[in-house]
Design a protein around this ligand. Structure first.
Ligand code: GTB
Length: 219
């Protein structure tokens, strides 16, 4: 059965792979599951037809026959449960990999989102200069803890899992800030994720969407 996900018609990240369809594309590539993509505009996302798929009018969504899902975490989890390659067979190891998925989404991503909200939506506020370092420090606490746990390992708990996939995509959102480079183990961890062939294929697919809508002028 065909699986269709939604992604931005014009991603504000200009093809840098930071929108949340990227983690879903990467999961599909890791498990070798073909998928189709329906591109949606910002306006279309808020229309009833898309809200029937996603109550908050966002991307990504997932459609497979009668099944409709939203929330990138739920979608990646569903893919990981259905196909081999993203969750270990051993029950305890599997539970720990799932815990890392939740940690990425619930513990590490929120302060990173806070930084982006602060920089984009609050930079004209009188208190911006006071707030920014507070938000950055909250991220540094998490990065420092994560780096300590990772240590010299390649991945968070044994082999690469959906927990790593989620954590790498969350950490990538920090790249422009330069904060990742303060934690060389985490910078290397993210680079390992990006070097995976499945990541490369997913990145190329979302970049192609941006390039198609922004053709390069002939030299
Ligand atoms: N919790 C949901 C999930 O994980 O799926 C969050 C989904 C979400 O925030 N989707 C965003 C969206 O649809 C796109 S990814 N936004 C439109 C809207 O809310 O109206 C967020 C995103 C957007 C842009 C960049 N960027 O430009 O770098 C990065 C990430």
């Amino acid at each position: 059965m065909t699986i269709t996900i939604t992604a931005f018609e014009r991603s504000p990240d200009r093809g840098r792979g930071l929108a949340r369809d990227m983690r879903v594309r990467w999961a599909f590539e890791e498990v070798g599951q073909p998928y189709e993509v329906r591109l949606v505009s910002f306006d279309a996302m808020k229309e009833p037809a898309h809200r029937a798929l996603h109550p908050f009018g966002q991307i990504p969504t997932y459609e497979e026959g009668d099944l409709v899902l939203f929330e990138s975490g739920a979608i990646v989890f569903h893919i990981a449960e259905r196909h081999a390659g993203l969750l270990p067979d051993d029950g305890n190891a599997r539970a720990r990999a799932i815990a890392w998925m939740f940690a990425a989404l619930n513990t590490v991503e929120p302060p990173i989102l806070d930084l982006q909200t602060t920089k984009i939506l609050e930079n004209d506020k009188s208190w911006y200069e006071q707030r920014l370092p507070l938000v950055q420090d909250r991220i540094r606490v998490r990065l420092s803890e994560l780096s300590a746990r990772l240590g010299d390992a390649d991945w968070l708990d044994g082999g690469f899992s959906a927990g790593d996939l989620m954590m790498v995509t969350v950490l990538l959102r920090l790249r422009a800030s330069g904060m990742l480079e303060e934690y060389p183990r985490l910078a290397a961890y993210v680079a390992r994720g990006e070097a995976r062939p499945a990541y490369q294929r997913a990145f190329a697919a979302q970049l192609a969407v941006f390039q198609a809508s922004h053709p390069q002028p002939a030299a």
